[in-house]
Design a protein around this ligand. Structure first.
Ligand code: FMN
Length: 300
């Protein structure tokens, strides 16, 4: 069992201290662990050239990013890992730009449903299957670390970290929203212990049915991503989880806000297969269907 820790914070500072605790928890649960300091690597920004995704769509194979830097070396470690623990600092309410730069390079080029369907097409054509590491479900846990004392200064930290794992259909096992720990040794200790537990949880999840896992952290309003952010859609009592892209119904029951998301909506969260498949259909199946229909209409 390989558990990879990615530190998007500074070298040996706050994020790393909690990530080290998480990796200790993973090691105690039997994992082989590795920590990567992203701040010491050269990872360029995505320039939107599209060469990585065009490879999938046009040629049915994965093309490497045109940048020559350290991205692919980290990607290889992610593909080799069974589980990943990501720690990122909050910069101006959200994870640091270094995190987003990495996610932009990783996500679209490794879309799980695209790879799954491409693999089927390749096998049907007698071509080599794609890298099996890319089709193995991975488990992930997130640690967001803000320096603020209050939660409303870390608002988009943890929710934005979900963008790391969902394109590759990673199963989120646990998460930790750290704030108010500077100058509070007791609180820092409590988070360090929780980080160790998180490392144990993600390791224990490896090989388990992702749908059978019990959520160990605080439950959120959204039953899928466990976030508390909601978009008011302006259509009656409907609200949307902006992380999952699913619609729920809001009501006031006994002076308390209650939000319910149907099982059908939960399946269509982009953290689940249904939501990823909806996106695949929107981007790949529908345009192809429209092109066939247009060609047929032109010959009539
Ligand atoms: C440019 C910048 C912006 C920051 N913005 C926030 C913020 O909005 N909210 C917050 O809680 N902390 C903020 N911080 C503090 C960091 O989240 C905090 O210092 C964190 O521990 C850094 O992680 P590291 O020690 O692993 O590098 C900011 C720090 C920097 C450098």
């Amino acid at each position: 069992m390989k558990v990879l820790g990615l530190n998007f914070g500074r070298d040996r500072q706050q994020c790393e201290s909690y990530l080290v605790k998480a990796l200790e928890g993973a090691a105690a649960a039997g994992a082989e662990t590795e920590l990567v300091r992203m701040c010491n690597l050269n990872i360029k920004r995505c320039i939107g050239c599209g060469s990585c995704t065009r490879g999938w769509i046009k040629e049915g194979k994965q093309c490497k990013c045109i940048h020559k830097d350290d991205f692919q070396a980290v990607m290889e470690k992610i593909l080799d890992a069974d589980a990943i623990i990501v720690a990122a600092p909050v910069y101006v309410l959200a994870p640091t730009g270094m995190f987003k730069d990495f996610v932009d390079r990783m996500g679209p080029a490794h879309d799980f449903v695209v790879m799954y369907n491409t693999n089927i097409e390749r096998i049907a054509k007698g071509q080599d299957p794609i890298d099996p590491r890319a089709l193995k479900r991975k488990y992930v846990a997130y640690i967001s670390v803000g320096g603020a004392r209050v939660q409303h200064w870390v608002s988009f930290g943890l929710p934005t970290m979900q963008t790391f794992g969902f394109p590759m259909h990673m199963k989120v096992v646990d998460q930790l929203d750290i704030y108010g720990a500077y100058g509070s040794p007791a609180r820092a200790q409590m988070f360090a212990e929780r980080a160790t537990e998180l490392g144990g949880n993600v390791t224990a999840a490896i090989g388990q049915d992702p749908d059978s896992l019990v959520w160990p952290a605080e439950p959120g309003t959204c039953p899928v991503c466990h976030g508390n952010h909601l978009t008011i859609l302006g259509t009656g009592t409907q609200v949307e989880c902006p992380i999952c892209g699913i619609t729920g119904e809001m009501a006031i029951v006994d002076d308390e806000i209650q939000v319910t998301f149907s099982a059908e909506q939960q399946y269509h969260s982009r953290l689940n297969w249904g939501g990823l498949e909806d996106h695949y259909n929107e981007l790949h199946v529908e345009p192809a269907r429209r092109a066939v229909a247009a060609a047929a209409a032109a010959t009539e």
